[in-house]
Design a protein around this ligand. Structure first.
Ligand SMILES: [Zn+2]
Length: 263
């Protein structure tokens, strides 16, 4: 009986741990590392003053780690990591729906935190916390299923198998697909961050709303090409590796753009 209970506790802990996590540690570090490569001199100096000498990759997962805090102070921030939107026919209805979402979410928080960092009256301590979140949340924005559908909790309820392991669509995109490439975060950042200045400028163009719409469209592509209950392996990797890598690169370049602007 005791063994049964301890197994149940273990399973519950495992499920809780996996639910709603984002990009996994590797994905967030790749995004942060690519961003680091494209910071302006001014942004680098400001970052050093506010968050210290660590690289962006060091802080990239902090907003996920604090979900384990038991005091409850960070509890409200759990809703900052995603925004679920039902499929929209075009950019206009998508943006209307994005703006109409109630309560703090990924979209409202990227805007709020950016404004806090820009504001001369924000204390250094508050700026530091805002930066730690921003580094992470712009990474979440690049994970399409963080701008997924409400009905399946951003793919969390779509169960499938990946290389024989039980998982779900959200978790597959958060971590399993990235980790199956077997690169360290710095290796992966290095092999992805190879585009020309002009191409990078193109990727960094557009508004925050454009970037949300971009992720949402990619989520719809993933939904339409992934079937619940399927056992995937190399076939899924073959189909989606290019999109995965696009999202990691775009996330990094766009994070750099935001940091260069707000700092
Ligand atoms: Zn997250």
């Amino acid at each position: 009986m005791n063994k049964l209970i301890s197994n149940l506790i273990l399973i519950t802990a495992f499920l809780t741990f996996n639910f709603g996590y984002s990009w996994g540690t590797t994905g967030h570090r790749i995004v942060a590392e690519i961003a680091e490569n494209h910071l302006s001199g001014h942004a680098k100096r400001q970052l050093k003053k506010i968050i210290g000498g660590q690289k962006l990759a060091y802080w990239a997962n902090w907003p996920d780690y604090i979900k384990a805090d038991t005091t409850g102070v960070w509890k409200p921030t759990e809703k900052w990591h995603y925004v679920n939107i039902n499929p929209q026919p075009n950019r206009k209805t998508f943006t209307d729906s994005l703006i109409a979402q109630s309560g703090p979410n990924l979209y409202t928080q990227i805007k709020t935190l950016s404004a806090q960092i820009k504001d001369k009256n924000t204390s250094k301590k508050d700026k530091e916390i805002a930066l730690r979140f921003l580094i992470h949340l712009v990474g979440d924005l690049a994970q399409p299923l963080h701008v997924g559908r409400a009905e399946d909790l951003g793919g969390n309820t779509i169960k499938l198998k990946f290389f024989g392991d039980n998982t779900n669509l959200h978790s597959l995109w958060d971590s399993k697909l990235v980790d199956s490439q077997k690169y360290s975060f710095s290796e992966y950042a290095r092999v992805l961050d190879v585009k020309s200045k002009e191409e990078n400028r193109q990727i960094q163009s557009g508004s925050l709303e454009d970037w949300f719409f971009d992720s949402h469209q990619m989520a719809n592509r993933i939904y339409s090409q992934t079937a619940a209950g399927t056992s995937y392996s190399y076939d899924y990797n073959y189909k989606f590796q290019p999109l995965l890598e696009r999202q990691l690169l775009y996330g990094g370049l766009r994070l750099a753009k935001i940091l260069n602007e707000v700092l």
